[in-house]
Design a protein around this ligand. Structure first.
Ligand code: IP8
Length: 279
């Protein structure tokens, strides 16, 4: 294909498999798209065999967002009743999403090891304040693929108790700790559009500066599906909250992970159908 080839800036990649890829959040379906997940896992394995290193993140899909919204966990943990609701949410996400993702990675020969944000992250008003990354670093150095996902984590705010830590926020934190220059978000659309992608005439934006990102933030559709951490708007907001990542040469790439072999194509510069945010 034509156009300038783009290559990743170093071989350490933070890659988030979006919850909208793992499950159909538009239909609030709880079913995991195992076929899609297998395809992504095969791409990851191929890239690992070529020398790329991955730190993975995944969204919690329909089940996580539905339960958090239903029990209003994002409004804080107040009262005894909320405790068992959080336990229930954690357990359903573990069973329906996390264990499925881990199993598919294992079946494809990827030595992934799960780390829970609730065990490694402390927040202040919903923003990461402390990240106990040393054990993760050790596993990574040994050749494992650490994998995180969105979670409810401890917060210094006494009124809230726990707050949401989205996979989007974790991705930026991981990039900082592991000196990854490329954060890749696999989502269910081709990237960021100049207006809500469901509207006629919506155009994919292939290259976005941080300044453009600020302008476009208000135009990006939040999506009709329930997403307690903000969908595409949340990703742009995270990018704007991390200007130093971009100042240090970092880039964020957003592509459609429902399309076959797109991870490989994006990394090898074989497609331009994605959005690239660079400072
Ligand atoms: O799926 C959200 O994480 P995300 C985490 O990465 C919770 O947005 C607990 C809803």
């Amino acid at each position: 294909m034509g156009g300038t080839k783009i290559f990743v800036l170093n071989k350490i990649l933070v890659f988030k498999i979006g919850g909208s890829v793992l499950t159909d959040k538009k239909r609030s379906s709880l079913e995991v798209r195992v076929g899609v997940l297998r395809g992504i896992a095969r791409n990851i394995k191929e890239l690992i065999d070529e020398g790329y290193r991955f730190i993975l993140v995944h969204g919690v899909g329909s089940i996580g967002h539905l339960l958090v919204a239903k029990y209003e966990l994002h409004k804080g943990i107040k009262g005894k009743e909320k405790l068992i609701r959080l336990t229930e949410t954690q357990n359903r996400v573990n069973e329906i999403i996390r264990s499925r993702v881990l199993r598919v990675l294992e079946e494809n020969g990827i030595p992934a090891v799960l780390f829970l944000p609730s065990s490694t992250i402390y927040q202040e008003n919903g923003r990461i304040k402390e990240f106990y990354y040393r054990p993760v670093q050790r596993f990574f150095d040994l050749g494992f693929v650490p994998i995180f996902s969105g979670d409810m984590v401890a917060d210094t705010n006494n009124d809230l108790g726990l707050t949401i830590c989205s996979g989007d926020q974790i991705a930026f934190e991981l990039a900082k700790v592991f000196n990854a220059k490329t954060i890749i978000f696999g989502v269910d659309v081709n990237g960021i559009y100049d207006r809500d992608p469901v509207l006629p005439g919506a155009r994919l934006i292939k290259r976005l500066s941080l300044r453009d990102a600020r302008e476009i933030l208000e135009k990006v559709g939040k999506g009709a599906n329930i997403d307690v951490s903000g969908g595409m708007r949340g990703k742009l907001r995270e990018a704007l909250l991390h200007p130093s990542f971009f100042e240090n040469g970092g880039e964020v790439w957003i592509f459609n992970a429902l399309r076959e072999n797109m991870l490989l194509k994006v990394i090898k510069g074989e497609t331009e159908i994605f959005t690239r945010i660079a400072g």
